[in-house]
Design a binder for this molecule. Structure first.
Ligand code: UD1
Ligand code: CA
Length: 455
């Protein structure tokens, strides 16, 4: 029988060794908080309830994690141990039937397949509890798991509470458990803090439950994050996983070690990513794109067959066949249409750029709406800010702005307009006009006084 599953994530600790004002579980790994990484590891087991146990900086943790769908919170006001933490879930899960998966908020590298296998082991054997274990060459600091040849567990003893002989056991407790909720409820409320740390240990329930089974997992998956060195090591593991998966799915990564890609990014097949490129957040790179070298793309959607070289694109969209860069900056909900060129030292902010429009050199386009096939002359600037408010610039289809022209917003320039180079345009312009503001050119022959002439 498939029983319902709740997950509880231990996230109440401060994480002193991170030496950070940010609570440990909010530190980021490949673009997601540690907690989000932990939740991602349950992707194959469909939990019906998700509860984060928070304590240290609880308000900050809750606020940051508020966007995670269906996440509930249990407050552990004082951190009196892992058993005490899980006790705080009892009122939240009142009347619950099924299994409780307890996960550690600082163990972010677990694979969904491992969790699925653990749940299967638990259900197939009708276990009261199943615990994830690993064989560690150096088990110092971990709880030791004692079991027979069939992996039936008798007890878990914390490193500090172990005898010398018990410390020789290299099978460690990863801190990930699946409990039959009803069975756990018979023991959990009665924990005692009679150990070296005088904490309520979750591990103490094990000796009173039966059967409890251990399942060994790869040590690379159960690595915990206690300091920033371990965070950096975990980042390397996660990045390798993300990039290996992309490579096998048909994405070319040139010198992958120099590329970083968040776990939240989608890259379609037949994309080429060149060195020193960073893809972050909710970014989607469509098929046939060529990104990099040296580009940063954040929370943006890049349409098929677009090229972006040495450019920064954030919170924006570029449609098909874009030619972006070198050294372009597209940001702030900008939307660039099909077949556009946004070239050297062009900044586009919160603007809509129509299909086939080009801004090839040295421009600022802010709060603008450009039509189709507009040619933005080199050095064209939308003068959008009066010192207090931002104003809009509208440019019609096929209009050509002269080099070094300033379009002083708010302004509407209709279609098929040609703007003379160096103009400062302050009034709306009708369709089909040539418009310029320019002082007449003067030539003064023989202007040099005698003392400036060569002898
Ligand atoms: C725990 C296990 C140990 C295991 C190890 C694996 C116990 C008693 N020991 O030890 O067997 O080998 O994890 O990493 O469970 N937390 C709370 N509230 C508390 C205490 C802790 O939320 O009151 C959270 C911490 O923030 C952390 C997690 O629980 O995310 C584990 O706590 P920690 O103190 O690091 O446990 P360990 O001593 O490492
Ligand atoms: Ca501890």
């Amino acid at each position: 029988m498939a029983s319902s599953l709740a997950i509880a994530i231990l996230a109440a600790g401060k994480g002193t060794r991170m030496r950070s004002s940010l609570p440990k579980v909010l530190h980021r790994l490949s673009g997601r908080t540690l907690v989000e990484n932990v939740i991602a590891s349950t992707a194959l087991v469909n939990p019906t309830r998700k509860i984060a146990i928070v304590g240290y900086a609880a308000d900050q943790v809750k606020e940051t994690l508020a966007t995670i769908p269906d996440l509930e919170f249990a407050l552990q006001a004082e951190q009196l141990g892992t058993g005490h933490a899980v006790q705080q879930v009892m009122p939240v899960l009142e009347g619950f039937k099924g299994n409780l998966l307890v996960l550690n908020g600082d163990v972010p590298l677990l694979k969904p397949e491992t969790i699925e296998q653990m749940l299967n082991t638990h259900n197939e054997n009708g276990n009261a509890a199943t615990i994830l274990t690993a064989q560690m060459a150096d088990p110092t600091g971990y709880g030791r798991v004692f079991c027979d040849d069939n992996l039936i567990v008798t007890e878990i003893v914390e490193h500090r509470d172990c005898t010398e002989a018990q410390r020789a056991n290299t099978r460690i407790n990863a801190g990930i458990y699946c409990f039959n909720w009803d069975a756990l409820m018979t023991i959990l409320p009665h924990l005692k803090a009679d150990n070296d740390q005088q904490e309520y240990y979750l591990t103490d329930v094990i000796k009173d439950l039966s059967p409890v089974m251990a399942m060994d997992a790869p040590t690379s998956e159960i690595a915990g994050i206690n300091n920033r060195k371990q965070l950096a090591e975990a980042e390397a593991v996660m990045q390798k996983r993300i990039k290996d998966e992309l490579l096998l799915s048909g994405v070319t990564l040139i010198n992958p070690e120099s590329i970083t890609i968040d776990a939240t990014v989608t890259v379609e097949p037949d994309v080429v990513i060149e060195p020193q490129t960073n893809l972050r957040g909710t970014t989607i790179i469509s098929a046939g794109c060529h990104i990099g070298p040296g580009s940063l793309i954040e929370n943006s959607k890049i349409g098929p067959h677009t090229k972006a070289v040495h450019s920064v694109i954030s919170d924006s969209e570029v449609a098909e066949n874009g030619r972006i860069g070198p050294f372009a900056h597209i940001r702030g909900k900008a939307s660039v249409g099909n077949d556009c060129r946004i070239g050297n030292f062009v900044e586009v902010k919160k603007s809509t750029i129509g299909n086939g429009t080009n801004a090839a050199h040295l421009s600022y386009l802010g709060d603008a709406e450009l039509g189709e096939k507009v040619n933005v002359g080199a050095g064209t600037i939308t003068v959008n800010y009066d010192g207090k408010n931002k104003h809009k610039t509208v440019v019609g289809d096929r209009t050509k702005t002269g080099a070094n022209s300033c379009l002083v917003a708010p302004i509407i320039i209709a279609e098929d307009v040609t703007i003379g180079a160096g103009s400062v345009i302050t009034k709306d312009v009708d369709a089909d006009c040539l418009v310029f503001t320019r002082s007449p050119q003067k030539s003064i022959p023989g202007w040099k006084p005698k003392y400036l002439r060569e002898a």
